[in-house]
Ligand binder design. Sequence first.
Ligand code: FCB
Length: 450
Amino acid sequence: MPSFDHLLEFIVPEQRFPGDFLWGAATSAYQVEGAVDEDGRGPSVWDTFAAVPGNVKNGDTGAVAADHYHRLDADLDLMASLGLRGYRFSIAWPRVQPEGTGRPDRRGLDFYRRLVAGLTERGIRPAATLFHWDLPQALQDAGGWENRDTAKRFADYAEIVFDALEIRDWLTINEPKTVVDCGYRWGVHAPGVRDDGRAFVALHHLLLAHGLAARVLHERHPGRRVGPALNLHPVYPADDRPGTAAAVRHQDGLENRLYLDPILTGAYPADTLEWIARRSPMPEHVLDGDLATIAEPVDVLGVQYYNPLVVDAEGNRVLRHPTAQLDWLEIYPKGLYDTLVRLTRDYRPVPIMVTENGVAAADEVGPDGRVHDEGRVAFLRDHLSALAGALAEGVPVEGYFVWSLLDNFEWAEGYDARFGVVHVDYATQGRTPKDSALWYRDVITTGRLP
Ligand code: FCB
């Protein structure tokens, strides 16, 4: 991996983090658990999608993944040894309700009860995501997110896990935009649809599901907190040609305002909605009261930042910065600063947690038994420096969860793209903390960037 040192374009004087800053790492169920046929788990859309040749690189699937389901205790010890103060994981809906409806399977809930107990014993704060893309296949067969009923089923599922698990912080839907774009517009993720008309109908029901679940939490468990986990992409002009500013605004609508506006202000952005209405029956699916539901107050906003988007007057993406192993992952740390500052500038202040940020590389364990991922160390340092800059501007960021704790199943990219701060040898399931994990542990201990 190239060195990204030159990317530290701006110097932030204060690199010290608050003493109660929540230093964490994140994973998601299908990407790490494996054990897809065990303890009553039903199939999810990702089992189905990954089974189709050509959908995932090398024909990889999440059937075994990092085998976290069987290695829970050792992985909990690993988290403690890295000094983590927080752990963000997702709950597999098909473990809790194998068909997406009806009585919960106790075995599925027990796994997460053990996880939460293990974290609590080790002084690690859990943050749970309700939905990280593994929709029960039975619900997909009934129309998936295009079916309004799925949002109601989601609220029922949310009620079950809210009541079963002692967790203060909850994230509802992970990256609704990725489901819409990758899953329904471009067909590169489950369920593999390529249809703008259907995609934006799914979008509305994903947001409705978020709002319904948030309302359930507020009604049943006052004092706990809930919010969405949104991947935000700052959009920049490639040039100053006529038309570029409008293209930037349009792209910003699709990337950011389409999610932030309804959730934080109770209205879809008019310009984006008008564009959508020309290609999708989505507006007909927005019923009276839906926007009030979607705008159920957010107690904590999950922000996920990977890359900026630079667009030209035709709306095409222009690559301006170095990219990591995956070509979409253009590295631009200041984009995190811009995103965080923009949130407080354009929306009412909400406590923020950076629920994902990280970089992929083809890491290998060297002859010395270590993984020298200096590119990731530079990436993390520069992004945390950007975060410190936003804190200095008064942006209420409470925590940061590196993506990811472990190398894992990177969706359509399979296992080649390694995002972990801990290396996983998939042949033996051995774990090796990379240099970045050791570096991160020191940051956690000292509360400052070296
Ligand atoms: C995000 C996903 C996460 C992981 C990272 C690299 O879009 O939420 O599961 O795949 O990208």
